[in-house]
Design a protein around this ligand. Structure first.
Ligand SMILES: Nc1ncnc2c1ncn2[C@@H]1O[C@H](COP(=O)(O)OP(=O)(O)OP(=O)(O)O)[C@@H](O)[C@H]1O
Length: 257
């Protein structure tokens, strides 16, 4: 997708270019990140509609994680802008982006192994004025870990740890959740649990941008898919169009479908 035309520095497109008439919640304009001579993200103009689950796929090294890190503010762009929910995020610190309503779950678990499940969920809640006990009860139910509330996080399975970390992000009630390969290394049952969790959060209005290689999982959760290749958007559209696209199959899906 090309960058929206005639857009001033502080404007964002009102409508997501996804074939949907829903409002855009996230958009980037000419977003670029160079590491020395390598352009990891190359002038990406990209829009996610409020309330959608968008999957971002592409070969290893395509720039998917870098794009997420630009959105969270872990990385600063070499060029370009990021707009979220009416705000120009580009110069904001990661914690300010979190306060604006963006939560992230990176690829490797970032939980506190020595704390219990419940204690882990209390950590992000310390920075909010949300009603802690109600949020805790709701979140434990939602991530299906109510029975393990007092279990040490170190004793959880891989899938449970991933659910706990998504739960930690959910306690902040984000408008947009970024997930980097949430089902990597999971069993079929664990993967199905995460798909169900994402769909239930989506039903409650949360927007998702999910980087994933597992196409079975992508099919389960996402209608619109963006394909990144060598830092640029190669294709964007409904999952069935993406899966039948010859070039996408040649560079990526041939091995992963
Ligand atoms: N901090 C960094 N310093 C230098 N190069 C980097 C850095 N981070 C990423 N890269 C390079 O940028 C390119 C894009 O990497 P990125 O991790 O974003 O790809 P990806 O699509 O997420 O890949 P994967 O599917 O393997 O996770 C790669 O060539 C990678 O080696």
């Amino acid at each position: 997708m090309s960058a929206p035309k005639n857009m001033g520095v502080n404007q964002q497109p009102a409508v997501a270019a996804t074939g949907s008439d829903r409002e855009a919640i996230l958009s980037t304009r000419q977003l670029t990140k160079k590491f020395g001579g390598l352009t990891a993200v190359d002038s990406v103009g990209f829009t996610v509609a409020a309330g959608e689950i968008r999957c971002l796929i592409g070969p290893n090294g395509a720039g998917k994680s870098t794009l997420l890190e630009l959105i969270t503010g872990q990385l600063s762009p070499t060029q370009g802008d990021i707009y979220f929910d009416g705000l120009d995020l580009t110069a904001l610190e990661p914690h300010e982006r979190m306060d604006a309503g963006i939560s992230v779950k990176f690829q490797s678990p970032h939980i506190y192994e020595s704390l219990t499940v419940e204690q882990n969920l209390r950590v992000p809640l310390q920075r909010t004025d949300r009603e802690t006990e109600t949020v805790l009860t709701d979140t434990l139910e939602r991530i299906s870990l109510a029975q393990q509330a007092n279990v040490s996080a170190s004793d959880l399975s891989h899938g449970e740890k991933q659910r706990l970390e998504i739960g930690m992000a959910v306690t902040l009630d984000p408008k947009l959740m970024l997930l980097d390969e949430p089902v990597a290394g999971m069993s079929i049952d664990e993967t199905a649990d995460i798909a169900e969790l994402i769909r239930s959060l989506h039903d409650d209005g949360m927007t998702f941008l999910v980087v994933e290689h597992d196409m079975e999982f992508v099919r389960k959760i996402s209608e619109q898919v963006t394909v990144l290749n060598q830092g640029s958007i190669l294709r964007q559209g409904p999952i069935e169009d993406i899966e039948s696209d010859d070039e996408v199959r040649r560079i990526y899906l041939g091995e992963n479908a």
